[in-house]
Design a protein around this ligand. Structure first.
Ligand SMILES: Nc1nc2c(ncn2[C@@H]2O[C@H](COP(=O)(O)OP(=O)(O)OP(=O)(O)O)[C@@H](O)[C@H]2O)c(=O)[nH]1
Ligand SMILES: [Mg+2]
Length: 341
């Protein structure tokens, strides 16, 4: 592991030195004011394959280090902000290249608060498009693979919109699966709403043409296997005939390849943002981050619990940073509690 300290008048110039001398793969270990004068310092490592150097060692432990390494190691005690971020991204299985880019962007934030630094990096590198608080002109259709949480998410959205004082027209197109209609109509009955049904693109189109009230129209869809062309074509027709915005509902915890290939197929039928469900069951978000960033998909909302009331939360760069930083269950529970308030 090679560590090197770079000193420059500004963070920008120091980062340029890092890039020139170590390259794009440099891992930023710490940043801060130059303790010996004006300007800033960045401590960078070539890779993170040998984490031992990052762990503070007992003072009497002897080991051969270069002057630069000793200097850098002294600065790493106690745990630096960059060490906190490196560990968090590593724990989430964020692919090395993306983690390195995120750390670099976090270093630019020039803050000692890990949440703000990571939030700034996320703000630079990811996009967010939460659900509108007002009814949208076009219907919203929730789409996704089997069991991802489409129907429950639709019920959560309905509850949230109604609590905000707006009306909702819910339509199910899941007329094939046994119990598909029953599940949603039960939720709707609890909210004293009727559920409309459409069993084909044409019947959906006809139903929507009759709609005159300013209600938010929410459409539940039949699960599709994104790798089956016929199923995706049927879904594409429903989207086309309804003029709805398709929002992908997908559960967390997939690896980067699975997440990206699934999302990519839904992108082909018009998806631009996704709701990430079952966050309460998910411990690693590296695959989601990698896929979202690569495809340019926007984070929309997260499903934080199976219950309908307050089970859906909007995300922004800082709340995503907070979601990434805690590792243990109790910390994550605390975070989810915070997110809901
Ligand atoms: N823990 C947890 N469970 C959730 C969440 N969202 C949905 N679920 C559960 O996931 C299961 C599937 O949810 P559904 O809403 O029926 O999923 P779906 O995508 O409509 O399923 P199909 O229509 O069969 O494709 C149910 O048991 C839900 O309670 C969540 O955010 N957290
Ligand atoms: Mg469903």
């Amino acid at each position: 592991m090679r560590l090197k300290v770079f000193t420059a008048p500004s963070m920008n110039e120091a980062m340029q030195q890092v890039r020139q001398q170590i390259g794009e793969d440099a891992i930023i270990v710490s940043t801060g004011k130059n303790p010996e004068g004006s300007g800033v310092t960045i401590t960078a490592a070539l890779d993170k394959a040998e984490p031992d150097l990052f762990t503070p060692k007992p003072a009497n432990q002897s080991h051969a280090l270069t002057t630069v390494q000793v200097e850098a190691e002294e600065k790493e005690t106690p745990k630096t902000i960059m060490k906190v971020l490196t560990d968090a991204l590593d724990d989430h299985g964020v692919p090395d290249r993306l983690a390195s880019d995120m750390l670099r962007a976090a270093a630019f934030a020039q803050t000692e608060d890990p949440i703000l630094a990571l939030g700034a990096a996320i703000d630079d590198m990811f996009s967010f498009s939460p659900l509108s608080t007002q009814p949208t002109k076009n219907p919203i259709m929730l789409v996704g693979p089997p069991g991802s949480g489409k129907t429950v998410t639709l019920a959560k959205m309905t509850a949230r919109i109604m609590l905000a004082g707006h009306s909702v027209q819910a339509i199910s197109t899941d007329t094939v699966r046994a119990g598909g209609i029953d599940q949603l109509s039960t939720y709707m009955r609890h909210m004293k709403l009727d559920l409309d049904q459409a069993d084909s693109p044409l019947s959906l189109e006809a139903l929507l043409k009759k709609q005159t009230s300013p209600a938010q129209i929410l459409i539940d869809s039949l699960a599709v296997n994104p790798y089956r062309e016929k199923e995706m074509n049927n879904l594409a027709k429903l989207i086309e005939k309804s003029g709805a915005e398709p929002i992908l509902v997908i559960d967390g915890g997939k690896d980067a390849v699975d997440f990206e290939s699934t999302c990519n197929l839904f992108q082909d039928i018009g998806v631009e943002r996704f709701i990430l469900t079952k966050i309460d069951l998910t411990r690693r978000l590296g695959g989601t981050l990698a896929g979202a960033q690569k495809l340019g998909l926007s984070f929309c909302e997260i499903g934080t619990k199976p219950e309908i009331i307050e089970g859906l939360t909007s995300l922004n760069p800082v709340s995503l940073a907070r979601l990434l930083l805690p590792r243990d269950l109790s910390a994550a529970d605390g975070l989810l509690r915070d997110l809901r308030t």
